[in-house]
Ligand binder design. Structure first.
Ligand code: APR
Length: 316
């Protein structure tokens, strides 16, 4: 039987998720949005492409949580984007309200689903979903590090004039200005980036510029699009994570997960290397930091901690 995938939020990312999932035929899809007609319109548009793509899945749009009954996978993008004049805390409390409704609906109708959260502010929303739903921490992750790493890999590949497929890196920490790109763990087809710097193929300064560009990767797209934020790369990243769960591939991704002592942190959600398989979060990998990396990670943990504290106030 085909898997059932519920997409909560049928906006730019939700619609793109639906389109990619349909084109890969990974399951039947329900798009749930607060606007039923909007969700139905997206679903019908994608459905009409099925005969051309030669794919067989069912896709529907709804505003009724009972339609997501027994979904295997839920991907959440519902929420509002930050508008001019809105502070980060305003966004946090508005989207906390949205995630409360979403968590209650998912808990009631899809209690065994694996959940991938995309709504921002990411780490705080993952935290809120866990608290509102009471789900096991193995079943809830946030998508940020895969996207941040993809941006870092792309910029490096373009600079080095090598295949985008050959650059491997991971970006840990919070999804925001304090993300932690790990240069020491970055390689090109297995060759450490640090060796390429030593050989003069790329300068440390250039790498640092790329780190900064990665940190503001989301803002760069917003500036260009003007009316909205990135959606192709975020959706592609989340589908990659979803496939590892659905196919039990046990791929290692930087995911925002709830930490219980890992990395010396407790009661916080933050991006760390995580194996994703049929059980959801299969394992969290502890990597060793040097002094400088530890300092950047600690700074990120502090920023995420502040967000989570703000979220705890909303939850109480
Ligand atoms: N229930 C269901 N859907 C909702 C709700 C709700 N309570 N509130 C908002 N939505 C829907 C909106 O109707 C809209 O269709 O969520 C959708 C959000 O889509 P977009 O505004 O297009 O935003 P998108 O670009 O998809 O980003 C979604 O992901 O990366 C984050 O910062 C981004 O938080 C944002 C989220």
């Amino acid at each position: 039987m085909r898997k059932k995938i519920a997409l909560i939020g049928g906006g730019n990312i939700g619609g793109t998720l639906a389109y990619i999932a349909a084109s890969k035929e990974i399951g039947d899809i329900v798009i749930l949005d607060r606007s039923k007609e909007y969700a139905a319109g997206k679903a019908l548009d994608i459905e009409e492409s099925l005969p051309v793509m030669k794919k067989d899945i069912n896709i529907t749009g709804t505003d009724d949580y009972s339609d997501i009954k027994d979904s295997d996978l839920v991907i959440i993008t519902a929420g509002v984007a930050r508008k001019p004049g809105m502070s980060r805390d305003d966004l946090l409390s508005v989207n906390a309200g949205v995630i409360k409704i979403v968590a209650e609906g998912v808990k009631k109708y899809a209690p065994n689903a694996f959940v991938i959260v995309i709504t921002n502010p990411l780490d705080a929303i993952v935290y809120a979903f866990l608290k509102y739903s009471g789900f096991s921490r193995k079943k809830v992750i946030g998508m940020a590090g895969v996207l941040d790493s993809a941006r870092f890999n792309l910029f490096l590949a373009r600079e080095l004039n090598v295949s985008t497929q050959d650059v491997t890196s991971f970006v840990l920490g919070g999804h925001g200005d304090t993300m932690v790109p790990l240069i020491r763990y970055t390689n090109i087809g297995g060759v450490p980036l640090l060796d390429l710097i030593k050989q003069g193929r790329i300068t440390s300064n250039k790498v640092q510029e790329i780190v900064e560009r990665t940190k503001s990767g989301g803002a760069e797209i917003v500036k260009l699009l003007k009316n909205g934020s990135a959606f192709y790369a975020p959706a592609t990243s989340a589908i990659r994570m979803a496939m590892s769960y659905l196919n039990n591939s046990r791929q290692l991704f930087p995911c925002s997960v709830y930490l219980e002592g890992e990395y010396g942190l407790n009661d916080i959600c933050m991006g760390v290397p995580t194996f994703i398989g049929a059980n959801g979060v299969e394992d969290i990998v502890q990597i060793t930091f040097n002094q400088e990396e530890q300092a950047i990670f600690d700074k990120s943990a502090k920023a995420v901690g502040d967000l989570v504290t703000a979220m705890q106030k909303v939850l109480n």
